[in-house]
Write a protein that binds this ligand. Structure first.
Ligand code: ASP
Length: 356
């Protein structure tokens, strides 16, 4: 059985993947002494519980998270940039139908897959974001191209797709993004909204059903990555299909710099996942950085304050992964679980899914 090593603070624990879910204090920081580089990823937060998982499903998530983070780890180890590590790691998750990004994106009310993504360079505070695209295979690549090859920070819809074509990014037929599992989720979400509508005889207030109680599944699974490279540069990125049954061109937090993604070499790099409306209202990713900058909180303290106190009081659910300029990593969430993984410069890997 594969061994994974989890380091919480200065205490190093060794345990098998099977025992991973027994880990305590998941919100504690992962620290290594003066790391040269580190990387942390998420694959969405929500009702991720051991009892709702088959061993096969758990193994599939474990394997894909590990495959993805190792891509970024290798880039960092070979002296590559944190931006490259973030982009290429996210590409692996975008290509997997397991996550709500790229190939596994959820469906809109109208039956499309509309992708949002963003990326930020902590060294220059440059940022790029794309929203509501239907044909770009790797939305995170588009976000990076917008950052590097356009005078803008955010492009949306058709215009973003034209720009992607001009940049020679990979364009696919919208049918590429179809997965049966996500389509069924849309059908269930629609049924629920119609029932609610019948009950009040009014337009449903919810723009989308959040949890799917029938299958105890979470209809999100946004992906994100934050990394510190050997040159001390931080970067973060996020990619998503948004929320099942979203309509009216709804855009979540994932492409909003400061809400879904933020990176600043003076503080930290953050990627968010969860109920986007709350993350936008709370400016979650930037708020963590601001608490570090203005109040001099540690990354762990700032993340805890923002997720467990401020976001929770607002009524929001979800989590963040983050890394600070010293390579300390945090995975903070107020949901039953979050797909997540870290690797430090010693090659020590942690993969987690559940709270405890
Ligand atoms: N934050 C994303 C959104 O609201 C969804 C998620 O992270 O699961 O679009």
């Amino acid at each position: 059985m594969k061994k994974i090593i989890l380091i919480f603070g200065v205490i190093a624990l060794s345990f098998s993947c099977k025992n991973e879910s027994k880990a305590e204090a998941i919100s504690e920081p992962v620290e290594t002494e003066n790391p040269q580089f580190s990387i942390v990823i998420h694959g969405g937060a929500g009702t991720i519980k051991k009892e709702n998982m088959t061993p096969e499903k758990e193994a599939a998530y474990q394997q894909k998270l590990e495959e993805a983070i190792r891509v970024g780890y290798d880039i960092l180890k070979n002296g590559g940039t944190s931006l490259d590590a973030v982009e290429k790691t996210i590409n692996v998750l975008e290509d997997s139908p397991l996550f709500n990004a790229g190939k596994g994106a959820v469906f809109t009310h109208e039956g499309f897959n509309e992708h949002d993504a963003s990326i930020m360079d902590g060294k220059t505070l440059n940022a790029g974001a794309s929203a509501g695209t239907k044909t770009v295979k790797h939305p995170i690549n588009l976000a990076r191209a917008i950052m590097e090859d356009s005078p803008h920070v955010m492009l949306s819809g058709k215009g973003a797709e034209i720009f992607a074509t001009e940049q020679d990014l990979e364009i696919v037929d919208p049918s590429y993004f179809y997965t049966e599992r996500r389509f069924k989720s849309l059908e269930r979400a629609k049924e629920k909204d119609i029932i609610e509508q019948d009950h009040d005889g009014d337009t449903p207030k919810k723009i989308a059903s959040y949890y799917d109680d029938d299958i105890k599944d979470y209809k999100m699974g946004t992906v994100g990555c934050a990394a510190l490279d050997k040159n001390g540069n931080l970067a973060a990125g996020t990619s998503t299909g948004g929320m099942t049954n979203k309509r009216w061109g709804r855009i979540g937090d994932s492409p909003i710099i400061g809400a879904g993604t933020y990176a600043n070499n003076n503080t930290c790099a953050v990627s968010s996942t969860g109920w986007g409306e709350y993350f936008i209202r709370g400016m979650v990713a930037y708020d963590i950085s601001a608490l570090m900058e203005y109040k001099e909180l540690s990354l762990a303290e700032a993340s805890k304050e923002v997720i467990q106190n401020k976001l929770t009081k607002l009524g929001g659910t979800g989590g963040i992964i983050a890394i600070d300029k010293n390579g300390n990593m945090v995975m903070e969430f107020n949901t039953p679980g979050m797909y997540r993984a870290t690797m430090n410069d010693k090659g020590e890997l942690y993969v987690g899914m559940f709270k405890d």
